[in-house]
Structures are given as C-alpha cells and as structure tokens.
Design a protein around this ligand. Structure first.
Ligand SMILES: Cc1cc2nc3c(=O)[nH]c(=O)nc-3n(C[C@H](O)[C@H](O)[C@H](O)COP(=O)(O)O)c2cc1C
Length: 142
C-alpha cells in the first residue's frame, strides 16, 4: 500500500519582529527537527502574520503541530485546511522560509484581484503562493 502523507495549513499572529533573532531561531529549530522527523513544508512571514504548510507521516505531523501550537512566538493559530495525499508537495524542503521582502502574498493576490490577507483568501491561493515560494527556494537550494 502506498504511504499516505498528512498535511496542514495554518495562519497565525506573529509575536516577534520580522527579521529578528527570535524569528531566525524558529527556522533553525524547525529545520533540525523537521529533517530528523520526516516533516517538509514552507513557512512564510508577512507583516503581523505567519502562514505555514507542513506535511509528513500522520503521527509525525501531529507531533510537530503540537510543538508549533505551544510556541509563544506566535498566537491566534487558525487551521485553514488539513488533508492527506500520496505524494509530498514539498519534497526535499525541510523548512523553506520566506520573508515579505522576498515575495509578498498581498501583491500576489492584488494582481489577481483577490483578498490580500490569507485569513480572507481561499486556501488554494495560499497553497499556490507556497508553490511559488518553493520555486524561489529551489533556486537558492544548497
Ligand atoms: C510560526 C512558527 C513555525 C514553526 N514551525 C516549526 C516547524 O516546522 N518544525 C518545528 O520543529 N518547529 C517549528 N516551530 C518551532 C517550534 O514551535 C519550537 O521550536 C518548539 O516549540 C521548541 O520546543 P522545545 O523548546 O520544547 O524543544 C515553529 C514555530 C513558529 C512560531
């Protein structure tokens, strides 16, 4: 039987400044943990919000989301979607991070005449945006 991967997309309110040491620490922690636990995904920070796509085997995903939910560096976590798929969407991406100085969701949405905040947008728009980020991440991959 093919392995099934679970995924989850959420938005949250950032409690640390953009480009701060605390924010950098999130990415470093995340990358190490995710690499060791079969989790892949993308984290984006823009203005006062984070959005993250995370995926992995079901139990691993549950465990990482438990870690994420109790982190004081963000709050007001709102799960936009969860589901299962046979293939990972962000294979080899143990935690791609992008800040708003690289690529902006509100710009991406404005060009298409859609709501600028992920809280009001369709989750598919956010996933398409993550895929755009992914292409950027690929360009800079080690
Ligand atoms: C927005 C955001 C995204 C995060 N994403 C991840 C992640 O993908 N993987 C991970 O292991 N930790 C992630 N974290 C960090 C963990 O929540 C944090 O490292 C963990 O709670 C540390 O727990 P410990 O001190 O109990 O080890 C994220 C934190 C925030 C604020």
């Amino acid at each position: 039987m093919a392995t099934t991967f679970s995924h989850l997309v959420y938005v949250s309110r950032a409690n640390v400044p953009a480009n701060s040491a605390e924010e950098l620490a999130i990415c470093l922690d995340a990358r190490i943990y995710n690499r060791g636990n079969g989790i892949t995904g993308i984290l984006h920070r823009e203005d006062d919000w984070f959005a993250q796509y995370i995926e992995g085997p079901r139990t691993a995903l549950r465990a990482v989301f438990f870690r994420i939910r109790k982190d004081w560096r963000h709050s007001h976590i709102d799960v936009l979607t969860r589901g299962e798929n046979e293939k990972r969407r962000f294979q080899d991406c143990d935690m791609g991070f992008s800040g708003a100085d690289e690529i902006r969701f509100d710009e991406f949405q404005r060009l298409a005449g859609r709501p600028p905040r992920p809280h009001d947008a369709a989750v598919e728009d956010l996933i398409t945006f993550f895929e755009q980020i992914r292409r950027g991440v690929d360009v800079n991959a080690e």
